[in-house]
Design a protein around this ligand. Structure first.
Ligand SMILES: Nc1ncnc2c1ncn2[C@@H]1O[C@H](COP(=O)(O)OP(=O)(O)OP(=O)(O)O)[C@@H](O)[C@H]1O
Ligand SMILES: [Mg+2]
Length: 271
């Protein structure tokens, strides 16, 4: 199981939309996916049609009072499971900040899930800001995918997150953490600015920049209010196409061959 954090400390750049859409598209491509909602806003949870729930969140596991496996729930999407979030998760920030092992606790919780080989990918939806939940997410990940809005402030944000990732590596909590990809979001083809920003990123990060670019579309913005993914809300629209293509690129970049979707496995950890 590869742990992939979807991260950018800048708010509203498409992290959650990317976490949900990428997870759902990978699941549809036959990958066994676990999405972890680590944002107290719980947008990934409600966006996939599940009631935010503090009891069921990472709150107790992070405090050492439950395992992560106990919190895994199935979603309505085949091959896609979730650990939901809830408001109380915000309280963990304070508790964790006091502990010496705050950077490695999430990683330790993920270890048994990795060993059980129940999932191919664990996608972390992380909160904005540089709090403990965000840094702990980065420290527990193998790779980061950075969603980046096609605007100038996006570039400033990129410099910051690259710096934070460097710091996490140097802290030895996750020395091998890599920026696997940068996914441009909310691209507006009518403006030169969007194109200029993509070009700028490709100059500095040619390897990391995804060829797939996510357009700004009303349909992508609407989908979470129905608790649906873009693939259900507007399956043939340009938003669904873009995220589907991005998910294929995500797998190609890792040399993963497409699998035929198969029946969901029972949660062995729970039994
Ligand atoms: N490609 C897009 N086109 C149109 N709207 C989008 C697109 N991507 C995201 N949105 C909308 O923009 C808003 C912010 O997106 P999202 O919640 O994914 O960002 P975020 O980075 O997770 O935000 P936060 O930092 O608050 O967690 C949401 O209302 C979402 O529906
Ligand atoms: Mg979000």
């Amino acid at each position: 199981m590869k742990v992939v954090a979807i991260a950018n400390q800048k708010g509203g750049v498409g992290k959650t939309t990317t976490a949900i859409s990428l997870s759902a598209a990978l699941a549809d491509l036959g990958q066994r996916v676990l999405m972890l909602d680590l944002d107290p806003q719980a947008n990934a949870t409600s966006g996939i049609g599940i009631e935010p729930n503090s009891e069921g969140s990472m709150y107790y596991p992070l405090l050492g009072e439950a395992t992560l496996a106990e919190k895994i729930v199935e979603t309505h999407i085949n091959n896609l499971s979730l650990v939901p979030s809830g408001m109380d998760l915000a309280g963990v920030e304070i508790e964790l900040a006091r502990s010496d092992d705050h950077l490695t606790r999430l990683r330790s919780l993920l270890d048994p899930v990795k060993q059980a080989d129940l999932f191919d990918f664990c996608i972390l939806d992380t909160p904005p800001s540089l709090g403990v939940l965000m840094t702990a997410s980065l420290a527990s990940a193998d790779e980061v995918v950075i969603p980046l809005q096609c605007e100038w402030f996006g570039l400033e944000g990129l410099a910051k997150i690259v710096h934070v990732i460097q710091q996490i590596r140097e802290s030895h909590a996750a020395p091998d953490l890599t920026i696997e990809g940068i996914l441009m979001t909310m691209f507006d083809g009518r403006t030169n600015l969007s194109r200029q920003v993509v070009e700028e990123v490709s100059n500095y990060f040619p390897e990391q920049l995804y060829k797939s670019v996510i357009p700004r579309t009303i349909r992508i913005g609407e989908a979470p209010s129905h608790g649906k993914t873009i693939f259900e809300h507007d399956p043939n629209g340009i938003g669904a196409l873009a995220y589907r293509t991005a998910a294929k690129e995500f797998l190609q970049r890792r040399g993963v061959k497409k699998r035929s979707p198969k029946a969901k496995k029972k949660n062995k950890l729970k039994s």
